[in-house]
Design a protein around this ligand. Structure first.
Ligand code: ADP
Ligand code: MG
Length: 319
């Protein structure tokens, strides 16, 4: 079973940032209002995520580390609609198979917290005011072949930082903090979507960006897209969210590139933070284990909508 989990881990746990993604998504799913992330040595030495969400009952703690144990799928219908972020019920099992993992949690209304050790699955009473602390230490300590593929501390931290930014952009209603080797690198209070974008992308971006706000039937596009005068854009300053989920999708990227074609002449990268929302039935997010690609029922309508909404926003007077 450990071996099965270690193999499964290959898909889920590519590097510290993928651990952070899964653990952060769980904290978001738990209805947290505030989440704190502490990383050590690029996340390889430690990833610790503390939230103030609903917590996990004592009898569910061991289950949380089992493969295909999820509290998030009540029916097949749910599986199709995927209301929550994570949904396969194997992330924590996979993580616990390749790192020293513990979960400390206090369910709402519980007299005190419990801590489960991922190695021997032992349970012990613990002190915690509320929510859950997931601690993932020494990633790949037992799979040296995998450890070889880890990059430098700086590179692994950069990937973690990027993952953190995606969650932070998607959820301005949650206070978020990130610290690396004891030094706080982001302290983000609850904010409006625009203020959260400014905090993460910089005032310079906001000053040189157009606000996008368009609606057509069930499709809605909001966010900010840079004007040609914004010259500091890099390839990573491109964020597209579909129903709150970060995606890197060919169809959407193409629609954006086409909207920019006449004003950027392909010379520079545009910078943008765009949020597309649509009826969940119109999009399949379950197409890839990394859950970064999507498939639209009516991809042509989505492409046209995004292209026109962005073209219009970029062409508004003052551009
Ligand atoms: P999934 O998120 O796909 O259900 P995971 O392996 O990521 O699977 O998590 C397993 C289960 O553990 C979740 O379904 C949830 O019930 C519980 N869980 C994990 N993290 C948290 C958390 N931070 N707060 C509350 N419950 C959690
Ligand atoms: Mg999960």
């Amino acid at each position: 079973d450990l071996l099965v989990n270690q193999i499964a881990a290959g898909e889920v746990v590519e590097r510290p940032a993928s651990v952070l993604k899964e653990v952060l998504e769980n904290a978001v799913d738990a209805g947290s209002r505030a989440i704190e992330v502490q990383l050590e040595q690029g996340g390889v030495r430690r990833i610790r995520v503390a939230d103030d969400g609903c917590g996990i009952e004592r009898e569910d703690l061991a289950l949380a580390l089992e493969r295909h144990a999820t509290s998030k799928i009540a029916s097949l219908d749910d599986l199709e609609r995927v209301g929550t972020m994570g949904f396969r019920g194997e992330a924590l099992a996979a993580i616990a198979a390749v790192a020293r993992t513990s979960i400390t949690s206090r369910a709402t209304g519980a007299a005190h917290a419990w801590r489960i050790d991922g190695d021997d699955r032992s349970l012990a009473p613990a002190a915690l005011n509320h929510g859950t602390v997931v601690d993932v230490a020494d990633l790949y300590y037992n799979t040296p072949a995998r450890r070889k593929f880890l990059k430098s501390e700086g590179t692994e931290f950069a990937h973690c930082d990027e993952m953190f930014r995606r969650v932070a952009l998607a959820r301005p209603d949650i206070a978020l903090q990130l610290a690396h080797n004891g030094r706080v690198s982001h302290r983000l209070p609850v904010a409006t979507p625009l203020a959260r974008v400014a905090a993460l992308m910089g005032d310079d971006f906001v000053a040189h960006a157009r606000e996008v706000e368009a609606e057509s039937g069930v499709l809605r596009l909001t966010g900010l897209a840079s004007l040609p005068a914004y010259s500091r854009a890099s390839r990573d300053a491109q964020y597209f969210f579909v129903n709150g989920r970060f995606v890197r999708d060919k169809l959407l990227t193409h629609a954006v590139r086409q909207a920019y074609a006449d004003i950027l002449h392909g010379a520079r990268h545009p910078a943008y933070v765009l949020f597309l929302t649509l009826d969940p039935a119109g999009v399949d997010v379950n197409v890839h284990p990394a859950k970064i690609e999507v498939r639209f029922r009516d991809s042509r309508a989505v492409h046209q909508f995004v292209f026109h909404a962005l073209t219009r926003a970029l062409a508004e007077s003052g551009a």
